[in-house]
Every structure is written in C-alpha cells, then in structure tokens.
Design a protein. Structure first.
Length: 283
C-alpha cells in the first residue's frame, strides 16, 4: 500500500492535470472556492490535505466526470486512513514525509560527502552518529532514531528490494565514527552490500578531483510510475531537511549524481578498494 504522502501527491497530480485541461489557473479557482492561491498550490503538490467539501467543489468547478470524482474521493479517503509507521519513532515533522516516500520508491540515488548513507549504516555506526550529535538528537530519542534507521533498511531485503546507487568518498571509509571497531564493522557491511545485485556502490577515490563543489548530501527517489510519481529530491542536515519536487531542480540533482558517478571508481574497483581498506583496518 502506498504511503499517505504518496497518495496525497498522486491526488494532487491528478487535480493539476484536470485544472490544466480546462485552462484554469490556481488563482482563479482559489477565488471561486474562497481559498488562497497557496492552498491550491499545496493541494496540487500533495503537501496539505484537501477536505471532502473542497474536493467536491473543486471537481465540480473543473467539470470532472462522475467516475473521476469517485476515484479521487476514494484516493482522498485512503490518504487520510493510511497511518505512517514513522510517527512512533519520534522523528521530526520534516523527516516523516521523506521516509514515507522512500518506502514507495523503487530506486534511490544517494550521495553523502562525509558519512555512510543511512540505508547502509550498521546499528553501532548509527548510534554513534546520534549520540555525538547532541545538537540534533536528544538522548531520549537516540534509540528510537536508531530503530527507525534499521527499519528503513528492511527495504533492502525481500523479493523486490529497493535498488540503491550510492557514491561515497574514500575519506568516509577512514573517518572513525564510534571508534576503530565500529568503523571496521561498517566497512565490512559496505563490502558485503557492494556485492548485491540491487546495490551499486561507488567510492570516490581520494585522488579524484572535480566534486569539491558538492558540499551537501542529497538523495533522489525514483518511483515505479514516473508519469504519476515523478522523481523527488531531498536534502537533510543538522538543522532539518526538505523535499524537492520542482522538475528542473530534481533534474539538476540527477545530473549532479551522474557527474559524481562518472568521477567515482567503478563498482568493481570500489569493491576491491573496500576489501583492501577492510584488510588494512582489521590488520
């Protein structure tokens, strides 16, 4: 079942499509419905929920056929009834939609300039990050956030696992988050993951140049039906994060990731480097 966030976005995409077919503007419809232009924008982007009455008035104004109205009302109800599992982990409001969309994604492209991506972190590595990030995670939430990170990784298993393409700088493999023992276990985990068919892991060797301008981590989520669910980008950091839905901005992120991938070692060479790094650290 799609997450609430994904269902809201699909509803919004359909509302936008219907509006554009009629040649109406968001401002025009907002005036008719007694709603602000921002309300229409947020409904179409799936950022805020639309009430039953607002949806009915909007679809009537757009002269939507009866079967379309029924289908969109069912989608609205489904979005309201779907409960996000991420609410139990005490995650911040800005992070829950990202986690929900990740659950619906079929492929993820991720770049981290400093740390191992969350989807690949061991429990000890994740705990060390949260324990040292006092400005980011209160002590009472550390274990819950670690549990949330481990839950995300369930998508890497199963009959149809999430496809992940990650680019990781070589320096990350030597940053002793949690100490030497934690790092050794983490590098071993990366080496293991690099050999899975649905995981593409590339290391940016220390002598590779040209990626210094990419100073922030980012992720691009791809979905099974890109016509209905176009790719989404997201950033996150110590002070929060946000989703990126504008087509041009997401395309820029995809291009940035492709540039990083071209600069990085091949997956095969990356696996060899991971094995060598692990041997050096274990010895």
């Amino acid at each position: 079942m799609a997450s609430s966030s994904a269902q809201m976005r699909r509803l919004g995409a359909e509302l936008r499509r219907l509006r554009e077919l009629t040649g109406r503007t968001q401002g025009d419809l907002g005036q008719v419905l007694g709603r602000t232009h921002a309300s229409l924008v947020n409904w179409e982007r799936g950022k805020t929920r639309i009430s039953k009455s607002d949806l009915a008035y909007l679809l009537a104004e757009l002269r939507a056929p009866a079967e379309v109205r029924r289908g969109l009302e069912e989608l609205r109800v489904a979005a309201q009834q779907t409960k996000s599992p991420w609410g139990t982990f005490g995650l911040p409001d800005w992070l829950r939609p990202i986690m929900s969309f990740e659950e619906d994604a079929v492929q993820v492209q991720t770049f981290q300039p400093v740390l191992v991506p969350g989807l690949f972190q061991t429990e000890e590595y994740a705990r060390a990050i949260h324990q040292t990030g006092r400005h980011k995670v209160d002590p009472e939430f550390v274990e819950r956030w670690v549990a949330a990170r481990m839950r995300r990784q369930l998508r890497l298993n199963g009959a149809e696992p999430l496809r992940v393409h990650a680019v990781i700088p070589e320096a990350t493999l030597r940053l002793e988050v949690g100490g030497p023992k934690v790092l050794v276990k983490q590098v071993a985990r990366l080496h293991e993951l690099s050999q899975l068919e649905h995981v593409t892991l590339q290391v940016l060797a220390a002598d590779r140049h040209g990626y210094g301008g990419v100073a922030s981590n980012f992720m691009v989520l791809h979905f099974a039906e890109p016509e209905l669910d176009p790719p989404l980008g997201c950033f996150d950091g110590p002070l929060g994060g946000y989703m990126i839905s504008e087509e041009g901005d997401v395309a820029t992120l995809v291009a940035m990731f492709q540039d990083l991938s071209r600069l990085a070692l091949s997956p095969e060479d990356s696996t060899e480097l991971l094995a060598k790094t692990l041997a050096d650290q274990s010895g």
